[in-house]
Design a protein around this ligand. Structure first.
Ligand SMILES: Nc1ncnc2c1ncn2[C@@H]1O[C@H](COP(=O)(O)OP(=O)(O)OP(=O)(O)O)[C@@H](O)[C@H]1O
Ligand SMILES: [Mg+2]
Length: 250
């Protein structure tokens, strides 16, 4: 196991710290004690083979499945096992794998709904403007049903929750799944733009090349365990893991 971070790094600027996280489905344990940290303002990408537990980790952090054991600290608060709904109030915005918009509602209704917790309508209006500024194509399609958008546009709509909710952190699972290279680049340029504006991002990404390109920190999960956490550069220089990646064995 390669852990670049030392004990000192562990106490530093982590916005999210996870210790010994165990979770699974029914009686089957899928995550076997995961330790990770996510630094504030960074993009951290989780990569690993199919079925290794990437989505399970995100779901456990997002309160979508129970945490069996372990500590999850976000911004100094213990958030292990709290519901997805309550996470919003803590400054975490979750975009799970798959289509996550309400297809029968318009783009604008979807955006307004994502800010359900914001009671002041003038704030919602202002944030809607921010969302449209960041995603001009959503402004053009504001009156269209979300279900009529392309897959990529739907991903952008789900990411537009960020200006609507102004969270500290975004947890997002495979935003690039099924997208054309052009749309994938657009999605990641928006995520990068948000990160440059101070958003902390934890993203699951199948596309290793893309993950290496956009992330400051990479986490490799294999069979429910963290095999690597550190910089993309160090991973590429890691003889064992780096070779496995380059040979397409991971
Ligand atoms: N809802 C579920 N019920 C039972 N087992 C599940 C469920 N979802 C996932 N699993 C199992 O948990 C393990 C980890 O799955 P997970 O979806 O976290 O993998 P992943 O790394 O996200 O894979 P992929 O790259 O295919 O998305 C797998 O063995 C999978 O079959
Ligand atoms: Mg997955």
């Amino acid at each position: 196991m390669t852990h670049e971070g030392t004990a000192t790094a562990m106490q530093s600027d982590a916005l999210l710290a996870v210790r010994g996280l165990v979770s699974g489905y029914g009686r089957v344990e899928t995550l076997h004690g995961v330790d990770i940290e996510v630094k504030a303002g960074e993009i951290t990408a989780i990569i690993g083979p199919n079925g290794s537990g990437k989505s399970t980790l995100l779901k456990a952090l997002a309160g979508l499945i129970p945490t069996w054991k372990g500590d999850v600290t976000f911004d100094g608060r213990d958030i292990a096992g709290i519901s997805a709904h309550r996470l919003v109030g803590n400054g975490i915005c979750v975009v799970p794998q798959g289509r996550v918009v309400f297809p029968g509602l318009t783009v604008e209704e979807n955006l307004k709904l994502s800010a359900f917790s914001v009671r002041d309508s003038s704030i919602v209006k202002r944030r809607l403007e921010d969302a449209y500024e960041l995603f001009p194509m959503l402004r053009e399609r504001r009156a269209s049903l979300a279900g009529s958008l392309s897959g990529g546009e739907q991903v952008l709509l789900s990411i537009a929750k960020v200006p609507m909710l102004q969270p500290k952190m975004l947890l997002i699972d495979e935003p690039s799944l099924g997208l054309s290279p052009k749309m994938m680049s657009l999605v990641y340029s928006k995520i990068t733009e948000l990160a440059e504006g101070g958003l902390t991002v934890l993203v699951v990404e199948q596309n290793v090349k893309k993950a290496l390109e956009i992330a400051q920190t990479l986490i490799v999960i294999v069979l429910g365990e963290v095999r690597y956490i550190g910089s993309p550069e160090a991973l590429q220089n890691d003889v064992d893991l780096g070779t496995l990646f380059l040979e397409g064995k991971l």
